[in-house]
Design a protein around this ligand. Structure first.
Ligand SMILES: C[S@@+](CC[C@H](N)C(=O)[O-])C[C@H]1O[C@@H](n2cnc3c(N)ncnc32)[C@H](O)[C@@H]1O
Ligand SMILES: CC(C)=CCC/C(C)=C/COP(=O)(O)OP(=O)(O)O
Ligand SMILES: [Mg+2]
Length: 297
């Protein structure tokens, strides 16, 4: 396979665009996976307010807002509640970026459909550049930015996050929101460390297997197979950061805060079949939902 060429693609508005060929056969598989993804649990939640996420939720369920499961509008309220918890997750990630000015650049590595990027721009007024392997996702994110009139400040592109198109030290902050399980962590953190200015902030929210459990549990293996990803251990994150001038300022175990989201989701009509693996692995201690915020030193 020739890995150096570009591939021609027809975009949503009918124009032709060239996207880089995948850096590896695996990345080609992941690009295809996200190009084909259209799960109602993601699209219906995004339709609530136009912020489309591909990550999970945190926080307590608002039972007063959810109300009684008996009435006709319950399904709509349930969708809105799951979406609120997913947006709350992104707010917590943004809380850990520190002080970001209007002239700063933020980088969303593995940006999905771009919901977190819009939230970051709305909060800080800064520019946000997103990278995804999926041309469909980049196109979707750019269309949303255009609809919101922020296309000059919020931009997605098809690009490998291990080889980012930014100058050394150009970014004030960067993050991976549930996207680091698709890459080698040493390669990933070396690249974040390169694009971040000294004093810049890196944040990740991720699922990782717990070294205290021993090895990845059957539930973790099931999640890997479901998403074609390779979940790393908590120890690997901390070691790869330390090796790449990223010094943790906060390590937060969000596992107790994500369980209510999963337990609510498991009762909904939008289940995808992976709920049991998340709930069981969080409960048996083999898997953790973790935020790590690190300073580039
Ligand atoms: C689970 S989604 C998370 C999307 C987004 N961060 C969010 O919170 O909604 C994983 C994303 O990682 C991206 N991804 C995986 N490997 C990548 C790579 N090597 N370079 C760039 N993006 C990658 C996928 O294209 C996808 O957009
Ligand atoms: C925490 C871990 C291990 C995450 C794996 C990466 C992933 C696929 C996240 C959610 O995407 P999604 O929002 O498209 O998934 P779903 O359709 O299940 O909501
Ligand atoms: Mg989802």
């Amino acid at each position: 396979m020739d890995l150096s060429v570009t591939t021609e693609l027809t975009t949503a508005n009918g124009t032709s665009a060239f996207v880089p060929a995948p850096a590896s056969p695996y990345q080609g598989d992941i690009a295809r996976y996200w190009d084909q993804e259209a799960r109602p649990v993601n699209l219906r939640l995004g339709d609530v307010d136009g912020l489309y996420h591909h990550h999970y939720g945190i926080g307590d369920v608002d039972h007063a807002a959810l109300g009684d499961s008996g009435d006709a509008a319950y399904d709509k309220r349930l969708v809105a509640e799951l979406h609120r918890l997913e947006s709350a997750q992104a707010e917590v990630l943004l809380d850990h970026l520190g002080l970001i000015g209007r002239d700063d650049l933020l980088v969303d590595a593995g940006c999905g459909r771009g919901g977190s990027m819009v939230m970051a721009h709305q909060r800080f007024g800064c520019s946000v550049e997103g990278l995804t392997l999926s041309a469909k996702q980049a196109d979707f994110g750019n269309r949303r930015a255009h609809e919101l009139g922020i296309e000059d400040r919020v931009h997605s592109r098809v690009c490998n996050m291990l080889d980012m198109p930014f100058e050394t030290g150009q970014a004030a902050g960067s993050w991976n929101n549930e996207s680091s399980m698709y890459v080698d962590l040493h390669d990933l953190f070396a690249e974040h460390s390169r694009i971040l200015g000294v004093g810049g902030r890196y944040v990740t929210i991720t699922g990782c297997w717990n070294p205290r459990y021993g090895q990845p549990s059957k539930w973790v293996s099931q999640i890997n197979a479901h998403f074609e990803c390779n979940i790393h251990s908590r120890r690997e994150y901390l070691r790869a950061m330390a090796d790449n001038r990223l010094v943790p300022q906060a390590v937060v175990d969000l596992t107790p805060e994500t369980l209510p989201y999963w337990e609510l989701r498991a009762t909904s009509s939008l289940v995808t079949g992976i709920e049991e693996a998340f709930i069981n692995s969080y409960k048996d201690g083999s898997f953790q939902y973790v935020l790590i915020a690190a300073d580039r030193v």
